[in-house]
Design a protein. Structure first.
Length: 476
């Protein structure tokens, strides 16, 4: 049985089998639809540089430019069809130009560049656009969290360690903590943008070219800060850049995943701290009593996909030799899929938190459970009485463990403290005239933590202003 073959005329091979061609390039011509505008831009800048260097006639430049405009219009209309036998956007565009102008003129499009540096350049331009969009979405999310925090600097809620009520905090403090995580993510993506803001065009395969090209011109014209410094290093960065971007997107996905999980938990009947808007919930087809957080659950699952994408690329890139390897072409689909999830997830998260309804009374009542202000009470007891912290801790722990109080630290009186000090420490101490202890018996102790970064109203307002200033600074 004769197997069908096809070949890219630009590399003049004998013909690769149709199954092998579809296997190696079938997805590329689909994925590369995103890269058409970048490819056209790169070619235009390249031929302009060739003309300035006297390597391409001005009239030939004009003819090629006209065909590039034709492709641009077709692509805008969704009518630029790429052929699988041409493997990718680069050969499809080049072959289209040659079909219109002949090889004598169109054959100069790739003078002194290769598909390798073309794809490196196209992808960096694409990543820059995608990361800039995500940075804008992060700024909007941070601003929303800061604005909501501003209205809840005195809204008491429980703070957890080991998912046990540990200390009372405020809702504003909690939401600011999330905003700072996302501010870290913003800074990470900005660093990634700076790292990829170097132009690979002109490295040719992996060691430069003998042609008298001007890489500084093409870098500037394409909006890069400068050309990459070493051709082989640049070739080896394919896949590594994607891993770095996915590493930072994975960390952001972790922050989203944790936040969404907490929102789901806090919206359950058992917690009841908040209600998720019906814009983001579904009903049960067999349970008329249910309102399910499906949107948040899918977001949580998609965050896992983003995190998994990073690991996929690590496995793909492991132990590859220097220079281009076709393995790296497979990184494209992995990062494209992840990037498609990031934007919508950020948009949904901002909408969800903006429309949440908080049950502030339930949060405050829950914050009183488990003597949650005991850590603050213990510190104040030590400071007021002259006991060491560990001695104070021993007394308060004994009172709670032996159920000497039932519901609140307000049940502790001076006689109880004196008795415990005598029994546990062998010290005779009067705890009279220590009125300050009464301030550390309820959830409102959260408002007394004035240490820098603490949960007091003043500290949280400082956080809100800093977060807003960071967003404004980045908008400038």
């Amino acid at each position: 049985m004769k197997m069908n073959t096809a070949s890219n005329p630009l590399w003049e091979g004998k013909g690769i089998s149709a199954p092998a061609l579809n296997y190696t390039a079938g997805k590329d011509i689909i994925l590369d639809k995103k890269l058409v505008p970048y490819e056209l831009k790169v070619i235009k800048v390249h031929i302009d540089m060739l003309s300035k260097r006297g390597l391409l006639k001005n009239e030939d430049n004009s003819k090629i430019t006209a065909v590039l405009e034709e492709i641009k219009e077709l692509d805008t209309l969704g009518k630029f069809q790429m052929k699988v036998e041409l493997e990718d956007v680069h050969s499809n565009v080049e072959q289209y130009i040659i079909s219109k102008l002949g090889m004598e003129i169109g054959g100069n499009v790739r003078l002194a560049i290769a598909r390798n540096d073309q794809v490196y350049t196209d992808l960096r331009l694409f990543y820059k656009d995608e990361l800039n969009k995500n940075c804008q979405l992060l700024k909007k999310l941070i601003l929303t969290l800061a604005q909501i925090s501003e209205g809840h600097t005195q809204t008491i809620m429980p703070g957890y360690t080991h998912l046990r009520i540990s200390q009372p905090i405020t809702l504003g403090f909690f939401l600011c903590s999330k905003a700072y995580h996302f501010l870290d993510d913003l800074h990470n993506l900005e660093y990634d943008l700076a790292q990829i803001n170097k132009c690979p065009l002109g490295i040719f395969e992996m060691s430069g070219t003998c042609a008298n090209i001007d890489r500084h011109y093409t870098a500037n014209a394409l909006g890069f800060s400068k050309p990459t410094e070493n051709a082989l290093y640049t070739a080896n960065q394919r896949g590594e850049i994607e891993i770095k971007i996915l590493s930072d997107l994975s960390l952001m996905a972790l922050h989203i995943k944790r936040f969404v999980g907490e929102l789901i938990l806090f919206s359950t009947h058992e917690f009841g701290f908040l209600k998720i808007s019906s814009k983001y919930t579904t009903g049960g087809t067999a349970q008329p009593n249910l309102e399910n957080p499906d949107t948040l659950e899918v977001m949580r699952a998609n965050c896992a996909k983003i995190m998994g994408a990073q690991q996929t690329l690590f496995m793909m890139m492991g132990c590859l030799p220097s220079g281009f390897n076709r393995d790296t072409q497979e990184t494209k689909g992995v990062i494209f899929d992840a990037l498609e999830l990031v934007g919508p997830t950020l948009i949904l998260l901002e909408g969800i938190i903006k429309t949440c309804e908080f049950d502030t009374e339930k949060m405050q009542n829950t914050a009183e459970i488990n003597f949650s202000s005991a850590p603050d009470y213990t510190i104040e007891l030590a400071i007021s009485s002259g006991l060491s912290f560990r001695e104070s801790y021993k007394i308060v722990k004994h009172i709670i463990k032996n159920k000497m109080i039932k519901n609140s630290l307000r049940e502790i009186d001076s006689k109880m403290l004196s008795s415990c000090a005598q029994d546990l420490l062998g010290k005779k101490i009067s705890f009279e005239n220590m009125p300050s202890l009464a301030n550390f018996c309820t959830g409102k102790t959260a408002l007394l933590r004035e240490s820098f970064g603490g949960s007091s109203q003043k500290q949280v307002m400082g956080m809100v202003h800093q977060l807003m200033a960071e967003v404004d600074k980045n908008q400038a």
